[in-house]
Each structure stands twice: as C-alpha cells, then as structure tokens.
Design a protein around this ligand. Sequence first.
Ligand SMILES: NC(=O)c1ccc[n+]([C@@H]2O[C@H](COP(=O)([O-])OP(=O)(O)OC[C@H]3O[C@@H](n4cnc5c(N)ncnc54)[C@H](OP(=O)(O)O)[C@@H]3O)[C@@H](O)[C@H]2O)c1
Length: 336
Amino acid sequence: MLMNTRLRLARRPRGEAVNDDFTITQEPQPLPSAGEVLVRAEYISIDPSVRTHLNAGQSYRAMVGIGDVVDVPVAGEVVASGHPGFAAGDKVTGMLGTQEYGLAQGDLLTKADLSIAPLPTWLGGLGLTGLTAFFGLDEVGKPKLGETVVVTAASGAVGSVAGQLARIKGARAVGVCGSDEKCRWLTGELGFDAALNYRSPDFYGELKAATPDRIDVVFDNVGGPLLDTIFRRLGMRGRIIVCGATSQYNENEIYGPKNYLALATLRARMEGFIIFDYENRYAAARQEMAGWMKEGRLRCRENIIDGTIADYPSVLHRLYQGESIGKTVMRVTPTD
Ligand SMILES: NC(=O)c1ccc[n+]([C@@H]2O[C@H](COP(=O)([O-])OP(=O)(O)OC[C@H]3O[C@@H](n4cnc5c(N)ncnc54)[C@H](OP(=O)(O)O)[C@@H]3O)[C@@H](O)[C@H]2O)c1
C-alpha cells in the first residue's frame, strides 16, 4: 500500500504560522474510485492568503479545520486514474493540499500542457495567481488607454502579471515593491514604466514623480499603511482593486484605510473580488494569456524552493520575508 505524508493543521496560529501549528502524518493512501484521480505532488503553490484560511470564522471558502490537510493548489503527475479523461503520467493542477499524494474528482483538475509552459507556470502565470491578475484588472479596474495603474507587491505572483497586463491594455504600469533588485526586474525585464521601492525614505516623493497625472487604478495586494500612502495620489474617478492585503494576514487586528472619505471627493471606487467567481472563464483567459506568453509580451518567473511536506511552514515564512521574485512554489522532495 502507498504511504502518504501529510501536513495537517494542529491548532489555530497566533500571528505568523509556525511549525508547531501543524503535525506531519504518514497514512496509507487508497487508490482512486470511479471519477477520482490520484496525483503525486511535484510543486505546491505558496500563497500568502493561506494564512487567513487557518483562522476560525468565515471567509469566501471553507476554513481549514483542526486536523485537516491544508487546502492549497498543487501541480503534479497522475499516478492512478478512475476518470476517463486522465491517465497515469498526465500533468495536472488542482486543489490537492499539503500532502505528497492528493486525491480529487477529475472534473476539478486542470490538465497542464507542457508545450505551452513548464509545470510550475501552471501554478503561477497560467494558474490561480495569473488568473487573479487577469480578472481583477479586467472586471474591477478596467484600465483605459493611457491611464496609470499602480500595482503593489508588484514583483510577486499576482502583481508581476497585473502590471504586464495593464501594459498590454495600453495603460502605464507603475510597480511598488520591497527592494531595488525587484524594481530593476520590473522595469528591466517586464517592461513596467516605473518601479518604486516602498522602503525608500522619500517613497511618497518618488510616487508623485512617477504619477504626474495621478493614479487611475490601484491594483492592491498589500493593504495597510502602504495603501494609505498610495491613496493620497488617487485621481478623479479612480478605482482601487482590493485583491488582497498581505501586510495584514499575520496581524490580529486589521489596519483599514484612513482616508476612505477621499472616495467621495474623487467620485472614486474601492472594490474587492474573488477569483473563484470567474471559474467558468478560466480556460478562455488562460488561452489569451498563453498567446501573450508566446508573443513574449507576458513573462513569468517562478521562485522554486526545494522542501519536504514538513518544510511547508518555513517556505511560507520565506514568502512573508519578501525574499521571492515572481511566483513562489515548493518543489516537493519525497520524505525518507
Ligand atoms: N482576490 C483573490 O481572489 C486573490 C487570489 C489570489 C491571491 N490574492 C491576493 O493577492 C496578493 C498577492 O498574492 P501573491 O500570491 O502574488 O503573493 P506574492 O506577491 O508573490 O508574495 C507576497 C509578497 O508580498 C509582499 N509582502 C509581504 N509582507 C508584506 C508586508 N508586511 N507589507 C507589504 N508587502 C509585503 C512581499 O513583497 P515585497 O518585497 O514587495 O514587500 C512578498 O513577496 C495577496 O494579498 C493574495 O491574498 C487574491
């Protein structure tokens, strides 16, 4: 019988999740029943929002229960299939959890075509984070030709795609991120019009200089005080896309925007969205993005960190340290 190594939630974290919040188990893995597919994890997606799903309470999706495997996107290889659409050896992605082998209904899996992009990109640019950039921009921000779009966590998985898509739509893209190296990547390789390090002592002055006509769209991934600062440059009828708030996920109390009344003065809008609402349009969006990748107009980069299932919390910690550029994934090393 196949043995499966799993990472399960042991208790609700306080602040940042640490190793002791989880337990590692070794369990026999049953083979798939009709309609199911068994997948060996090759890459596990590392997402800041996973921290919010470890809390008690309600969210847009089910919280991880105590004792549950953490529900995260995974890319891997089919080892056994009870579904006619999948065969052993197929590469797929799906919500397969923090474990070496994930079992899912085949209808919920996506086949990864490696002739379009390598497997990790199916968790990034062609995965949920790339799709988040696509739908957040198209459905909420709706940038017009010549408008200025400011993206926070711009060198991250969602942000790096959002800025490039803004450019493809004819807008100016200004990235905001946490290091000069990240800034150089955004302007040098991804074609952002400007990139600013929010740690700079004169960040607001630099933001003013980079947004002479003020800001039309903010694609916000971090929230907190940084969003307040950017808010000060919002223009008339500006749109703030509330994609996420990475700076707040490990906090026990959320810092909300101070100057929200400017929304009235500016006739502006702040609107959130959740990617899962666009599920029936994922395939079409992927096709469009794959076309831009082929043309060299959309570039993706993955930050691949090797680790066993037990290393998942420490890899998540590294994402919060701002170490990564592009989409962070953990390449799964089998447990001895
Ligand atoms: N709405 C949706 O449906 C949806 C779907 C997927 C993701 N999201 C959201 O999209 C956002 C980006 O996710 P991602 O997967 O692309 O992550 P990511 O940007 O690749 O990684 C997180 C980045 O956030 C920055 N960061 C970390 N702590 C911070 C802090 N305290 N203050 C400011 N910045 C901080 C770091 O970059 P720096 O070095 O630049 O600080 C870090 O690299 C998250 O908020 C996530 O929840 C939303």
